[in-house]
Design a protein around this ligand. Structure first.
Ligand SMILES: Cc1cc2nc3c(=O)[nH]c(=O)nc-3n(C[C@H](O)[C@H](O)[C@H](O)COP(=O)(O)OP(=O)(O)OC[C@H]3O[C@@H](n4cnc5c(N)ncnc54)[C@H](O)[C@@H]3O)c2cc1C
Length: 434
């Protein structure tokens, strides 16, 4: 079977070079039956499968992955474990979802990083998990007053372990005066995401779930009250299906593939740096991502590299241009990083929704998906797992932390995907304003 061509992606990442091997997995051959089929073995599919197997041990679960576990965004991201969404704040979520469900979803997001690290400890997954906290520095004094204070206040009111960092305190925490104060969530941190995905895959297999690699679902049809999923050499018949394909959703996923805009940022991993630099640049080892729409972010790895990245409006000589740009940004913010060299560069796809909210979708009878990580889905995908599992176990959907919605196609989604990156200059203009 032809493998997905993904030259700047999965195989060339730092994570692919450093994560322990995943479990040996078969491709699907022939026809099988299952109670539940899950498509996509990223954090969403793996966490859902794991929690479903634990909650309903007798259930027959098949998990189908086009390539290998972690092949999508889950194995390529920056590894920041962040207990907030990108844009909507707690009060926005409550305004949209109503007081009861809204507060339940806010609590899920608040606890998502702690839940993720607890899962890693419970399953003893070796993935360089560091729960040192997550910091969001503000890129202007106005954003500190307007954004950081608001977020800190809204999360503190809901019992989150957060702190407000006045400019002087933030500069000490970062080892840089390039930002203007910020706030931090103590339960956040970072990890090697591919090592985590592979560890989850091992745990899933150990619980008796049939996990197939190199088995892309090419067709999905309803027949006789059940779903039939076709792969190049096999077929699954299942009562309930979850599409956990996120930004990698293709034509076989129907309306799901038109319900988001894919966005492809790059990750850059530096050469290993000495302890002298490590002691001065974010010495506490927190994960950092700032308030810009054209995000600036960084985190350390276990072997002393900084992993940062970004995106460019024009897809020309991206790696070289991005290395110059990110190198200059980091060198300006942290003088010890001037002249930084990068050993690894790779990209991956994120699913953006027009309203920047995550959505839980009903795509047909007993056919579900969630979409819209909007760049912040490590902890969220893991924490949604038990709730998606409850849905697939047939529990009352009123208990879900998000309502089940019909998919809303993004107008001209193909064009938006092609042109989405052209919005970057506009984002930079927004970032330059108070
Ligand atoms: C470059 C980058 C950096 C990011 N950084 C962060 C970060 O630091 N912190 C954070 O919180 N979030 C981050 N994110 C977002 C985060 O990685 C995602 O939200 C999360 O991994 C989504 O997990 P998922 O399981 O829903 O989807 P994915 O991990 O994308 O998994 C989807 C899977 O479905 C499979 N698939 C697709 N079609 C089929 C098919 N037809 N048949 C079978 N399988 C199929 C794919 O191969 C893939 O493995 C980042 C994302 C990217 C791309």
């Amino acid at each position: 079977m032809a493998r997905v061509v993904d030259g700047d992606g999965f195989a060339v990442s730092l994570w692919a070079a450093t994560a322990p091997a995943g479990p040996e997995l078969p491709a699907l051959e022939g026809a099988i039956e299952a109670d539940v089929a899950i498509v996509g073995a990223g954090f969403s599919g793996l966490s859902t499968a794991l929690h479903l197997a634990e909650a309903a041990p007798g259930l027959a679960i098949a998990l189908l992955e086009a390539e290998e576990p972690g092949f999508g965004a889950s194995g390529r991201n920056n590894g920041q474990v962040i207990p907030t969404l990108t844009r909507p704040d707690p009060d926005d979520l409550v305004a949209r979802l109503g007081p009861e469900r809204g507060e339940r979803f806010v609590a899920l997001v608040r606890d998502s990083a702690a839940f993720t690290f607890a899962l890693i400890r419970r399953l003893a997954i070796a993935c360089d998990a560091v729960q040192a906290g997550w910091i969001q520095p503000a890129h202007s004094p106005e954003r500190f007053e307007r954004v950081s204070r608001r977020r800190f206040e809204q999360w503190a009111r809901r019992g989150a372990e957060v702190e407000l960092l006045e400019p002087k305190r933030l500069a000490e925490r970062l080892g840089s005066a390039a930002w203007c104060g910020g706030w931090a969530a103590r339960t956040g941190g970072h990890l090697n995401p591919l090592a985590f995905a592979r560890g989850l895959a091992r745990a899933v297999v150990a619980r008796g779930i049939r996990l197939f690699a190199r088995s892309p679902v090419t067709g999905l049809e309803r027949q006789g009250g059940r779903w039939r999923l076709e792969t190049p050499r096999g077929r699954v018949e299942a009562r309930r299906v979850l599409l956990a394909t996120a930004a990698y959703s293709g034509p076989a996923t129907g309306a799901l593939a038109r319900s988001f805009v894919p966005f492809r940022p790059w990750m850059l991993a530096s050469e290993p740096l000495g302890d002298n630099v490590r002691r001065t640049v974010v010495p506490g080892g927190e994960a950092v991502s700032d308030t810009r729409a054209d995000l600036r972010f960084l985190r350390w790895t276990a072997d002393g590299r900084l992993v940062s990245g970004g995106a460019l409006a024009l897809p020309l000589a991206e790696r070289a241009r991005l290395e110059r740009r990110v190198g200059a940004v980091l060198g300006e913010a942290f003088p010890p990083l001037r002249g930084l060299r990068f050993d690894f560069a790779w990209s991956g796809a994120i699913a953006l929704t027009p309203d920047r909210h995550p959505h839980l979708l009903r795509l047909g009878p007993e056919l579900y998906a969630w979409i819209g990580c909007n760049g912040r889905g490590v902890a969220l995908a893991i924490a949604l797992g038990p709730h998606l599992a409850a849905l697939l176990a047939g529990e009352d959907e009123r208990a879900l932390p998000l309502p089940l919605e019909a998919p809303a196609p993004v107008p001209l989604s193909g064009l938006a995907a092609a042109l989405g990156r052209l919005a970057l200059p506009y984002y930079r203009w927004l970032d330059s304003r108070p």
